[in-house]
Design a protein around this ligand. Structure first.
Ligand code: GNR
Ligand code: NI
Length: 178
């Protein structure tokens, strides 16, 4: 296993669209394992392959209840989920959630998402998988699938907010490069 470097805004590689995985082979399984290790080390609840510079449609998440594991890094796995070629099959409702992103350190803001989603794809063994989600898991699935399209949560803020926030993040990245 290996820790991977997480790209941060405004790295242009975060804007690319990731490619469909043709077959879930050992190299994809190794990527999934490394992404989990990287996510737990960074204390995130999700991670998409483009965030570690790999343009493949692979996401990992763990939105399990971590209360009790504060101050422990890397976090212990609670509910690890990996999805290859994830697709939002259906969605309903609307929820506003305070989001953050490992690729946008030091900034959180409220984003509107579908409240409930069904996401399909393939698991680590290449078998079909279907996840019904609400709350944080639903938000996180949509956030990670956005990364596969080159979209960050800050791209979903109002135009005015984007202008202010992106200017600040760019200035910060010059002062303290990742
Ligand atoms: O760790 C993360 N927390 C989070 C909180 C609210 C909504 C989405 C997220 S995902 C984020 C990890 C990340 O950047 N995944 O791409
Ligand atoms: Ni993110």
């Amino acid at each position: 296993m290996a820790l991977l470097d997480i790209l941060t805004y405004p790295d242009p590689r975060l804007k690319n669209r990731a490619e469909t995985v043709a077959s879930v082979d050992d190299s994809v399984r190794r990527l999934i394992d490394d992404m989990f290790e990287t996510m737990y080390q960074a204390e995130g609840v999700g991670l998409a392959a483009p965030q570690v510079g790999v343009l493949k449609r692979v996401i990992v998440l763990d939105c399990g209840d971590r209360s009790g594991s504060e101050g422990i890094a890397p976090l212990p796995p609670v509910q690890p989920i990996a999805v290859v070629n994830p697709v939002v099959e259906s969605s309903e409702g609307c929820v506003a959630w305070q989001e953050g992103c490992l690729s946008v350190p030091g900034y959180t803001d409220e984003v509107e998402r579908s409240a409930r989603v069904i996401v399909t794809g393939l698991n680590r063994e290449g078998e079909p998988l279907s996840i019904e989600a609400e709350q944080l898991l639903a938000v996180c699935l949509q956030h990670e699938i956005d990364h596969l399209e080159g979209t960050l949560f800050v791209d979903r803020l109002s135009r005015l907010k984007q202008t202010m926030v992106k200017k600040r993040l760019k200035r910060k990245s010059v002062e303290a490069p990742a």
